[in-house]
Design a protein. Sequence first.
Length: 321
Amino acid sequence: MKYLSCRYIEHGMDFEHTRLETCCFTCHSGGGHITLKREYAGESINWEELFEKKRKYRQDHRNGNLTPNCAGCVFLEEKEWDEEDYINYLQFNYWILCNSKCSYCYEVQNKKLFDKIKPYNSVPVIKEMIEKNILRPGGEVSFGGGEPTIAPEFDDLIRLLTANGFKNMRIHSSGIKFSPAIEEAIKKGVLNVVISIDAGCEKTYKTIKRVNAYKKVIENMKKYAMANQTNYGYMTSKYIIIPNVNDNRKEIDMWIDSVVKVGGKWLALDIEDVWYKTNRSIISPYYLDLVNYVLDKANSLNMKIELYDRARGLKEGKNFI
Ligand code: SF4
Ligand code: SF4
């Protein structure tokens, strides 16, 4: 039977700071937050209870009663869904610690709140999921944070997933700490690392990130880029346009030059979230010109370019958030 649902409602699970969710996509009009378990901190899971909850959401979607938090989500699609209970879309967002202090970061801005949260380790439960055939390859695995690479279990987790056939993994990283497990997975062509740099020089980097690590990040971008040069490689360099800080062609040119210099062929672009949301009805055409400038420059250099939600929204004249 065909019905409107999404891969996360059907087969997704997201490890958050203090709970398990269906997905981490909370920035569309419905707002996400479809909770599978509250007050979670890495302990063993009652799978029957968890899948019972998922079955209820799935049944609601099958009956045409869309979960209100899914309303307006871009991941909704109408198709026949596999009715078996398993997870193959996995998201890790439970790491709260970070080695950067980005000026636009929600966690940095709410430090007092995040300081109260205790980090946990997901490796035991992932092993359990693999042993019980609950977690299966074939979908996607994504990592956000905090900064995943500074978690003590991070390299073990990547090696565990790689050894068990996971091929579509994506990690968002500050790029400050080099991870041998990321490099190994890149060599196998099973993981893409997105390095957030937002700058074309040390001075701007320090203004935005408020740490002294520009050279380290460039060095790590190079190691990841050179680990596998197939097609566009497996290292993406990401730039968030921040009004009055890095919103100019000169800085963008320096950023793209630095990516080319380290052997990178894949760019990602976005616009600072809070500014975008506050100003979206009055954003000057200057910013669309800037987005187009990056797109044209990437195309002329035969680089891959990906627009994240705010930049894509501006380009397509739509709201993805
Ligand atoms: S429809 Fe969107 S919000 Fe709902 S579970 Fe899927 S990805 Fe998450
Ligand atoms: S790298 Fe990410 S988690 Fe860390 S401070 Fe920057 S935005 Fe926040």
